[in-house]
Design a protein around this ligand. Structure first.
Ligand SMILES: CC(C)(COP(=O)(O)OP(=O)(O)OC[C@H]1O[C@@H](n2cnc3c(N)ncnc32)[C@H](O)[C@@H]1OP(=O)(O)O)[C@@H](O)C(=O)NCCC(=O)NCCS
Length: 384
């Protein structure tokens, strides 16, 4: 395998976009290319994610984006893996570049849903669960993650303030991130007085519905003679799956796909959790951040929630988690989320995250989950 780098990355501001998903994807792809010093003609493949393009009456968007980039003859592949779509795209780009099939590839994720109301958006999202067993019986993602939170609280003593601490931290980080949907801090009072969405989860436990787009340029070390930005060396690119239906899982105290993907990733990278400086993890709901940190091996079961309250995962804590603001507050435009986690790591490595810098940026891990864990990606990056 060839040493493979992330050489460029860009995101727009998440929230509500005027652009269509396709237009936003093209713009962020050009911005990512600018940050890499490469040109569209250097790209051998584009991996494009746009799960809910159908809500914009557009499928097969990859060739259209390539056309907009001036490379209509370059192959594109549309990748759908629910909320982990663009990290799945990153994995495919890694495989193609590391395997020598192409020298450089673009990973693009874009989503636009703000023209839908909450009911319609919730219904669209819910089709990523198991339709006959979960969705058709009324399950939604807030409901499914509330089930995970209930199981966790029933097993480990978890005060509401512990999940609140995750939300407060991520809002504080997002308040310093120009790409973030919500750029406002919240207090514990705001959290505790926010309405219940799906018990025990409150408004501030939930990620919002966001539009947004993000792109990442992946290239072989030998192809990039003199990088214009500090590249991220891809030390591991691991994917895993697990039983989608929650009723068939042996327990609800974590996501099996995260555990499997993490084990593979640490093995590939020859690293352990103690070697990682900071993380971007999949916190679609606050409980998801807690489960991720335990499943990834950073905390023993039952201890990540109290650790949040103690400030361990704050930007200046022992293990900074989600300096971008995470899905909770940076926002969650499903297909763009995985790529946007890499944008944050790229900006941190390049000193382009003013006001939200983490203390050490030698290594970082990105963790991105599809739905309630039917799929998962874990990537580990380090400096050259
Ligand atoms: C939590 C949720 C139900 C709120 O929807 P809603 O009640 O219709 O809220 P609205 O869109 O009407 O917004 C009402 C206010 O709350 C804010 N808001 C909405 N969602 C928010 C969230 N998740 N966190 C913080 N604030 C939020 C809005 O900005 C708005 O503020 P304003 O009055 O100051 O403008 C919705 O955001 C949701 O379902 N989120 C989860 C999305 C999801 O499941 N994603 C997939 C994960 S796997």
């Amino acid at each position: 395998m060839r040493e493979t780098w992330v050489v460029g990355a860009a995101s727009n501001r998440f929230g509500k976009m005027k652009d269509s998903g396709r237009e936003a994807a093209t713009r962020v792809a050009l911005a990512a290319l600018r940050s890499s010093g490469l040109a569209p003609k250097d790209i051998g493949y584009t991996f494009v994610s746009n799960c809910f393009g159908i809500a914009e009456h557009q499928a097969h968007v990859g060739p259209l984006i390539n056309g907009g980039l001036g490379i209509p003859d370059v192959p594109s592949c549309t990748i759908e893996s629910a909320c982990s779509s663009s990290s799945a795209g990153l994995h495919e780009a890694f495989v193609h570049v590391a395997g020598g099939f192409v020298d450089a590839a673009l990973v693009i994720g874009s989503e636009k849903l703000s023209h839908l109301d909450t009911l319609a958006a919730t219904s669209y999202f819910a089709i990523a669960a198991d339709y006959p067993f979960e969705t058709k019986n009324g399950a939604t993602f807030p409901g499914l993650y509330a089930t995970l939170a209930t199981a966790y609280q029933a097993t480990f003593p978890t005060r509401p303030e512990m999940l609140g601490a995750v939300a407060i931290k991520n809002h504080a980080n997002a308040a310093r991130n120009p790409h973030a949907h919500f750029q406002k801090e919240i207090t514990m009072g705001t959290y505790l007085h926010s309405p219940i969405i799906a018990s025990p989860l409150r408004l501030y436990d939930c990620c919002p519905f966001s539009d947004g787009a993000a792109a990442v340029v992946v290239a072989a070390k030998e192809f990039v003679k003199s990088p214009v930005s500090e590249p991220l060396v891809i030390r591991a690119s691991a994917r895993a799956g697990s039983i989608t239906e929650m009723q068939d899982r042996p327990d609800l105290l974590g996501l099996p796909a995260t555990r499997t993907a993490a084990a593979k990733a640490f093995r590939q990278a020859h690293l352990e959790p103690k070697d990682i400086d900071f993380l971007e993890v999949h916190d679609c709901f606050t409980i998801a951040e807690v489960l991720a940190l335990e499943d990834l091996g950073f905390f023993p079961q039952g201890t990540a929630a109290p650790a949040a309250l103690e400030g361990v995962t704050a930007r200046d804590g022992r293990l900074p988690v989600n300096p971008s603001g995470g899905l909770k507050a940076k926002g969650h435009p499903v297909s763009a989320t995985g790529a946007s986690q890499v944008v944050e790591i790229f900006e941190q490595f390049n000193g382009r995250a003013p006001g939200r810098e983490v203390p050490r940026t030698e290594t970082a891990l990105a963790h991105n989950v599809g739905a309630t864990g039917g799929s998962c990606s874990v990537h580990i990056f380090s400096r050259r």
